[in-house]
Write a new protein. Sequence first.
Length: 753
Amino acid sequence: MIPTIPTATYRVQLREGFDFARLEAQLDYIAGLGASHLYLSPIFQATEGSTHGYDITDPTQVDRTLGGKEGFQRLAAAAKARNLGIILDIVPNHTAFTPQNPWLNDVLRHGRASDYARHFDIDWHAGPLVLPFLAEPFEKMLTDGAFRVADGQWWVGDMALPLAPGTDRTDDLRTLHDAQNWRLVHYEMERDSITHRRFFNVTGLIGMRVEDPRVFDDTHALILSMVRDGQVQGLRVDHIDGLADPADYLTRLSEALPETPIWVEKILVGDETLPAGWQTVGTTGYEAGRLIARMLTPENGLRQLDDAWREATGIDVAFHDALARAKSEILDNELAAERRQLVQLATTASSGSALAEAGPESLREAVTALLIATPRYRTYVDSRGTSDDDRRLIADIADQAAQGLRSDAALRMLAAMWMNPNTWEEHAFVTRLQQVSGALLAKAQEDTAGFRWTRYLPANEVGAEPDEASVTGVDATRIMAGRRSSDMVLTSSHDTKRSEDSRMRMVAISHLPQAFGTLYQAALSLPEAEAVRPRWRWYVLQSALGLYGAEDAAGRLAAHMEKAMREAKLTSFWTAPDTTAEDAASAFGAAVLAAWEQDAPDALGALLARGQALMMAQLLFKAVMPGFPDIYRGTEDLFLALTDPDNRRPVDFTALAGLPGSDGIGGRKADWTRRLLSLRQEHSEFLREAACEVRIDKDGVDLIRELDGRRLVARISYAATPANSGSDVVLDWSSADGCQVRLSLQQMEGAGH
C-alpha cells in the first residue's frame, strides 16, 4: 500500500526529450534512492515545443510528445509495481493563449456564443478579444500585404486565426477584420490594452474561470479520472493565489477526491501561515528552503557583508524602499493593463458610494497605493466573508497607503469595500485586486528588486526575504513548531533562482566575508571590471562562485547575466536590451572564472570548502526537519545552477546511479541521500511526531528532534570537534576547513523503546 504522505518525493522535469518511457527506465534507480513518490511536472497537452508544460493547450489530453495517455498508463503501472506513488503538478489558473488551444480557438470563431466563452477570464464588455500578436502595427501590415485569407482562416505568417461564420464573403480585409470576435494589434499593445486575465505579465497565458463549476469539471475531468483509476496518488496545485477563490477551489477539489493529498504552491511572506480551513495537506516548501538558508547564515557575517556591499556599490536604500519603487514601476509598465482594469472595476463598484465621489485619477492613485502597500501576495476575502487576520491586514495596508496622499477619501472607500464587499460589483473589484496583488509582488520582488538589491543572493530567492536573511534559534524553533509532517521541504526546483548547492556556496560568503572581500578586490584589478557598474560586479562575483567548476560555467553565467540585467529593468529590458552593458558583465564574469581556473586563490578555496560543509548540512536538515524532503532530479549529486532555464538542464541518470561510493562531494551527497531516506523510512513515526528545536550560536547549528525519550541531533560545527566514536553517530563528515556535519540518534537513559 502506497502511503498517503510521502517519505520523500523525487521531482522530475519532463519534456525536452525526457518523456514517460525515459522516466520509466529510471524507476529502479529512483525507488532504490529511497523516494516513495514521483513528483511530475505538468503532463497535459501543451504548446508545440513547450519546454516546461505550464502552457497547456488542452487539459483533457496527455501530451503526445511525452507518450500520450497510453504512455502515462504504462508509467503508472511500472511505478506502482515498485511501490512508487505519483504526484501530478496541475495548472488550474491558466492555459495557453494561442490558436493551438482548441477551446480558445472555438472562442475566436464564435465569440461570446462559444460553448467555451465562459471558460476564459475575458472582459467582453471591452469589445472583441484583443490579440497582441503582430510584429508591427495592424495598418502597416495591412498595407504591406502581410495578411491573407484561405480555407476560412485569417493567416499571419504561419499562424491561422478562425473567422466568424459567414464573415468571409467580403474581399475587403479591413472590413473582414472588423467583423471578427477578435482584434489583431501590435505586440506593444499588451502593456495596457489586453482584454484577458493573464498569468503575471505573461500575455501568452490566459486565466481560466475555475470558480465556475462547469469550467472546473471540464478542466479537471482527466485529472479526476487518473486519480480515481489509481494512476495518481497526489496533486500539486500550481499558483493557487491566481485563482478567484482559492478556498472554494480546494474544497471542490478535495470533495471530488476525498482521500487524495493536495499540496499548494504558495509563497508565505514573513510569519504568514496558510489560511484556516484550506483543504490542503501543506505547501510545496519554499518557506522551508528559506528557513534552512537563514539558519546557516550567521548574523555577524551578514552585517559585515552589508557594510562591504554598500561601500562597494554605493547602494544605500533599504530593501523595502527598493521593493516599493519596483512595484510602482511594474504597475506603470508590465502590469499597466491590470491596473487599468482595476480602475474600471473600481469606478463601477464605487458608483453611488456615500464615502467618496472619486474620478479616474483619484481611483488610479488609490489602487496604486493599496497595491504597493500590500506586503503579502494577497488577502482571501470571498463570499464567505473576511477573516480577522485579513481585516487587520487591510486596515494596516490602508494606513500605510494613505501616507503622503493629499486626500485619502478614495483610498478609504476602496479599503472599506475590500474589507467588506457587498454588491456583485464590489466583489468583482476585490477579487481582481487580490489576484493582481500577488502578480505584482512576484514581478516586483522576485523578478525586479531581487536583481537590483544585490547584497546577498542566497536571500534573493523565491519565497525568501532579502532583508531577513538570518534567524535566531528561538525564531527558527517557533517556525518549526508550525510545520506539519505533510509539508514539503524544497531546496531546489525548476523555479528557484539558484540551485541548492550554488546557494550554499553563496551562503559561505556570510561565514567568510573577508575571503569574499579578497576575491572582490582581486576582481576589480581585472581589465574587464572597468566597464561594469559596481552593483553588477558584486552580483557577478557571487554568481561566478555559484557556478565555478560547472560545465560551460562562463557561457551559462553570460546567459544568466543577460536575464538578470533585463529582469532588474535598470538600463536593460527584454523589449530594449542594453547589450553593451550585458556583454561587459558577461566578459567580467568570464574573466573572473578564467582567473580562478588559472590560479585558484586561497580565499576561493576557503569559500568552496565552507560551501561543501553547508551543502551537507542543508541536506541533513532537509531530511530530518518537520515535513518531508522533495528531491529535485539531479540534486543527489553536486548540482550547480542559476535561474531557469539553467536549472532545467538535462541530467545524466547513468552517472547518478554510479555516484554512491565515489570520491568527491557528489559521491558523498548521493551516499547521504540514500542513507537519510532509508532512515526516514525506518523512523517514519518518530519523524512525523517528534518536536523540533533549533539552537544557533557562533560555533554552529543544532536541529534536535525529540519524542518519548528518543532524540535525533543534526549538527553542523564550524570548527573541528573531538571525534565521537559512540554508536549513536549515524553520519559524520568533515570538510577541508574543519567544519563537521553529524547526525546522531540517541536513546535517553531510562527511556522506553
